[in-house]
Ligand binder design. Structure first.
Ligand code: NAP
Length: 283
């Protein structure tokens, strides 16, 4: 069996068309969804990420502003700026690009963002809302994974989902979202013993580790659905995921490629969250 690919670019295009449509409807009511992207320092990867986020907003008709600050910005100054954005009615979503320079406590900055504008879903209030099934913003990457499962009509009820990785931004929220859809969820991490024995039992595997070939063909049950969140470089310097794609593709029923899988979905869900933040102001 060769797995069907879940195409993150194609799904993103579809979802972004809906964002564009809903944005136009909101604009006709006098509200333009606005996202502020805050970048501190000169991290080259971060510069690319923020540019892509701002461009994606503009392409879908949202307002987006990129605020760049020097590497030596103080925590106090950044907190003051977040406060300003919290009180700016033209801004519905605030995204502070991570990592931040060492003198700034990233968690403190995230907690300073109003939960109503926390479109990254990293605020403790957003995490609590996800944990308790209350309305809030879901972190974009796992949210994108859920949309990918939805796009193939996958019913998670009673299925065994294994998440490899337990970060606050991917692994843990991913597990909560799968649980909310009635999957039986196992979370694996660096101290997990016999990873293969666990993944072999999975109907759905989400790999969110950041290491190449963490998931290989012999670790996958025939017909499983495999979502690859990882972003790594192979020996030729090309982007690759955590999954041995060539091998696992022969075993799984569905698989997400890297690039062109989960990556584009992350930005798309940022647009969705920003739009929803704006829509909530007029309801
Ligand atoms: P992270 O904070 O470094 O977390 C990695 C997790 O993997 C940790 O929980 C760690 O366990 C676990 N782990 C490490 N080695 C392992 C092993 N050998 N077996 C099982 N688990 C292991 O990373 P992250 O922020 O969640 O990101 C994970 C990957 O996704 C990275 O490649 C990142 O670049 C990528 N990513 C992609 C997107 C996207 O848009 N496509 C978005 C976000 C992240 P411990 O907790 O025990 O240390």
């Amino acid at each position: 069996m060769t797995a069907q690919r879940i195409d993150g670019n194609a799904l993103s295009q579809k979802l972004r068309a809906d964002v564009t449509h809903r944005t136009a409807a909101l604009k006709s009511k006098g509200v333009t969804p606005g996202l502020a992207v805050v970048l501190v320092g000169e991290n080259p990867a971060s510069q690319v990420y923020v540019r892509n986020k701002v461009k994606a907003c503009q392409d879908s008709g949202l307002y987006s502003v990129l605020e760049k600050y020097p590497e030596n910005m103080t925590e106090e100054a950044l907190l003051a700026r977040i406060n300003g954005l919290n009180n700016d009615a033209s801004i519905h979503g605030i995204l502070v690009q991570l990592p931040l320079p060492v003198q700034i406590d990233a968690q403190k900055v995230i907690e300073a963002i109003s939960p109503a504008k926390d479109v990254d879903g990293f605020h403790i209030a957003s995490a609590g809302a996800l944990m308790t099934g209350m309305p809030g913003f879901w972190p974009c990457t796992p949210f994108g994974c859920m949309k990918m499962l939805e796009s193939i009509g996958y019913d998670l009820k009673g299925k065994h989902a294994v998440v490899i990785g337990r970060s606050n931004i991917v692994g843990k929220p991913m597990a909560m979202m799968l649980l909310q859809q009635n999957a039986t969820v196992t979370i694996c991490h660096s101290a997990t013993k016999n990873l293969k024995d666990i993944t072999r039992q999975a109907d759905v595997i989400v790999a969110a580790v950041g290491k190449r070939n963490v998931l290989t063909a012999e670790m996958v049950k025939p017909g499983a659905v495999v979502l690859d969140v990882g972003m790594n470089r192979n020996d030729e310097g090309k982007l690759c995921g955590d999954v041995d794609f060539a091998g696992v593709e022969q075993i799984a029923s569905y698989i997400t490629p890297v690039p062109g899988g989960v990556g584009p979905m992350t930005i798309t869900m940022l647009l969705v969250n920003t739009l929803e933040a704006a829509e909530r102001t007029v309801i």
